[in-house]
Design a protein around this ligand. Structure first.
Ligand code: ZN
Length: 495
């Protein structure tokens, strides 16, 4: 099976004429990229080099000496190793490991033979040690999960290949003029990825290290739109991303990566929730999809009075899937994404009468069961998608959260700022705050909007008073005015 796959793979990338290589790949050995590290102190006995254990095991590691057995225990996080004086065996996490050299004892301190014990030290410390025998220098780097990155131009596209030290979950997408690659649980040396390429679809690359993930951004040449394909081999340790041009026509505009604070608030994307075959939540007489559309249209008019450019993901009773909505917003280069919804509670009439109010949500993992349930309900439209590939999933998975890390770090602060303006203004309407009026949850409709983004639950359609207000012309006009005011204040705060 593996052989078959490899054969197909070889055919696609090496033998198929259209993919014949036209230039050599830009191979780069990431491991040797960083030379800024100070060498560690080495001492020699005869021709054998040694490193004092103290010099190598800093910070989070501990050593312990057992004098009767002339043994040392080295502990780093959950890994440990036992070493014995004049003994070539190390016991690493309970397994015997032959290190091809003896441990050197100096009183209660000890030294390790170099380079023989480096594999054990690499594993123990989660670093990578490099030994240069010609100069007798030992240096260390934090563990690098990317062993190699290769960007190689082909006759009909560009192939990017990653070789990881472990299985890695990869997510890739195009956000013109960029190809963004998110790598879950990966540590990398960002400086090594700052490169330019002379040939092929990729112009340059750069990388960002987040706490639990890394992101590599490739700037595409000529702004030609590109198609993506991904191939995974070696149990996830090798990942290849094939980029092919979609069309030869250059796109008219260049998207510039927006940092949340440097850009003016000009283009507002209004996203009236649900629509068409998806009515959203139902009240005693009103439908969520009608309320969101009505408020959205009024909000557009209000915002245009204040000089904003306004785009709507829908302006009639049509179904737009959850993935398309933020994609449109990003395509339109929006500065703020506002998704409009109405809340609902599945409960007896008496309880429905008690539960009311508006609440503004940003994209972050939900902290309460109520917010989780709300996100699941709003995410149900995913499975109604027309695309055919949508799965029956209504919750953002832990890995997806990790892959979103960079996006969240970019926009959460601004989304929170905007939220506070909405809460302040909507409080002046006939609606009450639901709880604090602000919350967070995993809404799919906010994933993929590369800008500050919020989801507004206008009120509870299942609450008689709220329903009457949010379904009325007067209520809708007021809500639109208060939302517009919040957006104006947000713009003012920004400038
Ligand atoms: Zn909704």
């Amino acid at each position: 099976m593996k052989a078959v796959f490899t054969a197909i793979f070889l055919w696609i990338f090496l033998i198929a004429p259209s993919w014949a290589a036209t230039a050599n790949g830009v191979w780069k050995d990431i491991q040797n990229a960083d030379t800024s590290h100070t060498p560690l102190a080495i001492h020699t006995v005869g021709t054998q080099a040694y490193i004092a254990a103290d010099a190598i095991l800093q910070n989070s590691c501990t050593t312990r000496f057992f004098p009767f057995r002339q043994k040392w225990k080295l502990q780093c996080a959950s890994n440990d190793a036992y070493l014995t004086a004049d003994n070539p065996f190390a016991i690493y996490n309970g397994q015997a490991y032959f290190i091809h050299g003896d441990v050197l004892q100096q009183g209660d301190r000890f030294s390790l033979p170099i380079p023989q014990s480096l594999p054990v030290l690499d594993s123990l410390t989660q670093k990578q040690f490099y030994w240069d025998a010609s100069t007798n220098t030992l240096t260390s780097l934090p563990a690098n999960d990317i062993l190699k990155m290769d960007v190689s131009p082909r006759s009909n596209g560009t192939l990017i290949e990653f070789t990881f030290s472990k299985e890695v979950l990869v997510e890739q997408f195009i956000q013109m003029p960029f190809l963004i690659v998110n790598l879950a649980g990966v540590t990398l040396d960002t400086a090594a990825f700052r490169q330019t390429y002379t040939d092929g679809l990729v112009l340059k690359s750069s990388a960002i290290q987040e706490k639990n993930s890394a992101q590599i951004t490739f700037t595409l040449r000529n702004k030609t739109d590109a198609k993506l394909e991904r191939f995974t081999r070696n149990g996830g340790k090798t990942v290849q991303i094939a980029l092919r041009p979609k069309s030869t026509e250059p796109s008219p505009k260049t998207t510039v990566a927006k940092t949340s604070s440097s850009k003016k608030v000009q283009t507002i994307v209004i996203d009236p929730g649900h629509g068409g075959k998806d009515p959203g939540a139902l009240g005693s007489f009103a439908k969520e999809k009608d309320i969101t559309l009505a408020v959205g249209k009024l909000l557009k008019v209000e915002l245009e009075k204040h000089g904003f450019t306004v785009k709507m993901t829908r302006d009639s009773d049509v179904f737009v899937d959850l993935k398309t909505r933020p994609e449109l917003a990003t395509k339109w280069e929006g500065d703020l994404f506002v998704s409009l919804h109405a809340n609902a509670i599945d409960a007896p009439k008496k309880r429905q009468k008690q539960v009311n109010g508006f609440k503004i949500y940003i994209l972050r993992e939900a902290q309460s069961e109520e917010d989780k349930a709300l996100a699941r309900r709003e995410n149900q439209a995913v499975s109604m998608s027309n695309s055919g590939k949508a799965k029956d999933k209504n919750e953002i998975s832990p890995v997806e959260w990790i892959l979103l890390e960079h996006q969240l770090n970019l926009y959460t602060k601004e989304s929170e700022k905007f939220t506070s303006h909405v809460v302040k203004n909507l409080t002046l309407s006939n609606l009450r705050k639901h709880g604090s009026g602000a919350g967070q949850a995993g809404f799919y409709v906010l994933v993929g909007a590369f800008m500050p983004a919020v989801l507004v639950e206008l009120g509870f359609i299942t609450n008689p008073k709220d329903e009457k207000y949010i379904a009325s012309a007067k209520g809708q006009m007021e809500m639109a005015k208060f939302l517009a005011k919040a957006i104006v204040q947000y713009r003012e705060e920004h400038e």
